[in-house]
Structure formats: structure tokens, C-alpha cells
Design a protein around this ligand. Structure first.
Ligand code: CO8
Length: 259
């Protein structure tokens, strides 16, 4: 498949890297870009050699939001009947292997929502996050009012979504939106380091962590604890569990076969 609005490459045949590539529009997200992104993520997800994926943008912008120009003339009838863009966004949520957002520059509106759909965010020190939809007379439409308060709490989510202000990388780290902040010129090295580390682990254990942590985010505590326990028990049926524990006991490096 050839892509126009993203570029795709792999690192060490283990990590799939997708770069959003509409630099003149600050990677504004239109239907074609979201379709390409969904297709590329699912291709990597289906590739047994790939253990982790990265979505990144340019230095100036991860993504400055949904494409305002193409939305400007839409009516309620258009967006409701076509289920505007959301079908492509749902595809991203169904990816089973981990996806890391490597964010530099603006991550605004749908760009911030895209980063929050990833499993965690590593931010460059020039990153700026926000949900400025209020300034356009709309609200976030791809999970922003739901994921942002879960990540940063009600007070800050209300502040950001009601005022439309941006927060910088340090505020985003303090409030729990991003897992690490690194200098801009170290962003890809740091993210690749994490992705390569993840791709060395048992894919089944990695997918189980993702599923189980997402339960904490999306459901009740009781359901999440039970879900985690079932997955925890199930992993004792894998060869990778035997290998991991045998390696520890015998003081050697584990070699996982994803079985
Ligand atoms: N859509 C379309 N074009 C954009 C967007 C955007 N979101 N953001 C920037 N651009 C374009 C600009 O129009 C400009 O184009 P041109 O050179 O042709 O005039 C180019 O990118 C560069 O932008 P600026 O000149 O404005 O650059 P600055 O450095 O001065 O400012 C900002 C950068 C602050 C990021 C500014 O561009 C800005 O405020 N952009 C809009 C941010 C925004 O409001 N985002 C939210 C959009 S709404 C949304 O995301 C709803 C999500 C719904 C999810 C999907 C539902 C299914």
C-alpha cells in the first residue's frame, strides 16, 4: 500500500514507525490521513515480527487537530449520517499491540485525542497539548472529554477544554498526561528505546498488560481486578512464562518465542 499523508518504516524489524506527514497544515487530520493511519497500524499489528508501534509527527506539530477547513461547511445531517471520521478513529482503538505517541510541537484538538488513544505519550520539551475546540464553537469529538479527565483529573480537564488554553510538556507530565519529557533532539531515540524494549518481551504478556491497564481506564475497579486476575492466571499457560521465570532462576537472559 502506498501512502500520501503518512510515512511508514520499521526499526530493527521489530518496531513500526508511522510519521504523520502533512507538514504545511501542521498535520491536520483529515479523512484520508486517518484512513491511512488506521491501515498502517493494522498492517503492523498483523505482522508477527512487530512488537510495538510509534506514531509521531514533525518537530512543529504532532497534529494541530482535525482539519478545520474540511469541517467548516459540514451540517449536522452530514456528520451524523456519515458518523464523521469516528469510524477511522475506532480502528486505532482496536490495535492490540502497544502504540506509543512521540509528541513534539502542537498536539491540539483531535491531535491531543489521537495522542491519548495511544498507550502512552513521550513528549519533547517543546510539546504543547490542548483541546481548543471551544474556540470553534464545538467540543472535542474523538474522546477528549472522556480521556482527558481520566488522565489529568476533572479540574485540569475542565480548565483546558473550557478555556482552550494549551499546556506545555512539563505541565502535561506533572498532571499525568505524558509519561516522560525529553529534549527535542532525543525524542525519537528515547521512544525507540522504549519500543525496542517492549518488543523484546513476550507479545502475549505485552498485549495482556495493554488490555488490563485499559480496563482500569475504561471500567470499574472490581471488574478490572477480576479481568487482571484472569489474564494473570492465563499467562501461566504460556511457554514465555516458563522461559521468563527459568531465565531469572538460572541467571540468564530470557529469549521469548511468543508462544
Ligand atoms: N486544520 C486545518 N489547517 C490547520 C490546522 C487545522 N486544525 N491547524 C493549522 N492549520 C494550518 C493553518 O491554516 C496554516 O495554513 P496556511 O499556511 O495555509 O495558512 C498552517 O497550518 C500553519 O498554521 P499557522 O499559520 O496558524 O501556524 P502558527 O504557528 O501561527 O499557529 C496553531 C499554530 C496555534 C496550532 C494554529 O495553527 C491553530 O490554532 N490551529 C488550530 C488548532 C485547533 O483549533 N485545533 C482543533 C481543531 S478541531 C478538532 O480537532 C476537533 C476534533 C474532532 C475529532 C474528530 C471527530 C470525529
Amino acid at each position: 500500500m502506498t501512502y500520501e499523508l503518512i510515512t511508514v518504516r520499521t526499526e530493527a524489524d521489530k518496531v513500526g514507525i508511522i510519521t504523520l506527514n502533512r507538514p504545511k497544515q501542521l498535520n491536520a487530520l483529515n479523512e484520508q490521513l486517518m484512513t491511512e493511519l488506521g491501515t498502517a497500524l493494522h498492517a503492523f499489528d498483523a505482522d508477527p515480527a512487530i512488537g510495538c508501534m510509534i506514531i509521531t509527527g514533525s518537530e512543529k506539530a504532532f497534529a494541530a487537530g482535525a482539519d478545520i477547513g474540511s469541517m467548516a461547511s459540514y451540517s449536522f445531517a452530514n456528520v451524523y449520517k456519515d458518523d464523521f471520521i469516528t469510524r477511522n478513529w475506532e480502528k486505532i482503538r482496536s490495535v492490540r499491540k502497544p502504540v506509543i505517541a512521540a509528541v513534539s510541537g502542537f498536539a491540539l484538538g483531535g491531535g491531543c485525542e489521537l495522542a491519548m488513544m495511544c498507550d502512552f505519550i513521550i513528549a519533547a520539551d517543546n510539546a504543547r497539548f490542548g483541546q481548543p475546540e471551544i474556540k470553534l464553537g464545538i467540543i472535542p469529538g474523538a474522546g477528549g472529554t472522556q480521556r482527558l479527565p481520566r488522565a489529568v483529573g476533572k479540574a485540569k480537564a475542565m480548565d483546558l477544554a473550557l478555556t482552550g488554553r494549551m499546556m506545555d510538556a512539563l505541565e502535561a507530565e506533572r498532571s499525568g498526561l505524558v509519561s516522560r519529557v525529553v529534549p527535542l533532539d532525543k525524542l525519537m531515540d528515547e521512544t525507540l528505546g522504549a519500543a525496542l524494549m517492549i518488543s523484546e518481551f513476550s507479545q502475549m504478556a505485552v498485549m495482556a498488560v495493554k488490555e488490563s491497564v485499559n480496563r482500569a481506564f475504561e471500567g470499574t475497579l472490581n471488574d478490572g481486578i477480576m479481568f487482571e486476575r484472569r489474564l494473570f492466571h492465563a499467562l501461566f499457560a504460556t511457554s514465555d512464562q516458563k522461559e521468563g521465570m527459568d531465565a531469572f532462576v538460572n541467571k540468564r537472559k530470557a529469549v521469548f518465542t511468543h508462544q
